[in-house]
Design a protein around this ligand. Structure first.
Ligand code: TMP
Length: 218
């Protein structure tokens, strides 16, 4: 039986450069011969992508924070069942663009939902599963929003006020501090090549940690 793969998540507010840095890290790991699959939340399955479209589309009626939270976990339940769990079990590394830390940051920090309620859903939907490693790309809100706004039409969440994103960022940083063994915070205001040097280093560290955990796998 294959040794279980590593579950790595990438987080950050809008405009931190998640997509390009995630693609870079995946390419780096593949160069080392790691079997990596890349996915995202909300999304990653046909149902999850439909839920994503519902969540991000502009709506006339406000979406209640609890509806938002439950939709996100509904998408996550499908994603875990169809994609994340089977790939990890097959020994593949799963590199996921956002996961439950985003829920603590956006629905907890941003929308004000109690973290204990999120933790209950987390246990219900995920059981024991938590990311092995989380990369938090951090940038100040003004820079992040300026970059996001430069990309074109804003979705429902991207239209939130600066204060919302200040809360989201603060919660992300608090999560990283509380679980410093799992998180790596990278300053995403640096030039791209400096960020990618850090990611290359991180890729090497992840391989070492994997080799230690599963000496027979490497
Ligand atoms: P993305 O465009 O970076 O993929 O993210 C989609 C949006 O969904 C982004 O604004 C963050 C939001 N989101 C939440 O609010 N809670 C969550 O749990 C997740 C995964 C994403």
């Amino acid at each position: 039986m294959a040794a279980r793969g590593l579950f790595i998540t990438v987080e950050g507010i809008e405009g931190v450069g998640k997509s390009s840095n995630l693609a870079f890290l995946a390419a780096q790991l593949r160069e080392y011969g790691v079997d990596v699959m890349v996915t995202r939340e909300p999304g990653g399955t046909p149902l999850g992508e439909d839920i994503r479209a519902l969540l991000l589309s502009l709506r006339e009626q406000p979406v209640s924070p609890m509806s938002e939270l439950l939709l996100i976990f509904a998408a996550r339940a499908q994603h875990l069942c169809d994609v994340i769990e089977p790939h990890l079990a097959a020994g593949r590394w799963v590199l996921c663009d956002r996961f439950t830390d985003a829920t603590y940051a956006y629905q907890g920090g941003g929308r004000g939902i109690d973290a204990a309620a999120i933790a209950e859903l987390e246990t219900l939907v995920q059981g024991e599963l938590r990311p092995d490693y989380t990369l938090l790309l951090d940038v100040d809100v003004a820079t992040g929003l300026e970059r996001a706004r430069g990309r074109g039409e804003l979705d429902r969440i991207e239209r939130e006020a600066v204060e919302f994103f200040e809360q989201v960022r603060a919660r992300y940083l608090a999560l990283a501090q509380a679980s410093s063994g799992r998180f790596r915070v990278v300053d995403a205001r640096q030039p791209l090549d400096a960020v990618q040097r850090e990611l290359a280093q991180l890729g090497r560290e992840l391989l070492t940690c994997w080799g230690v955990r599963h000496p027979e796998a490497g």
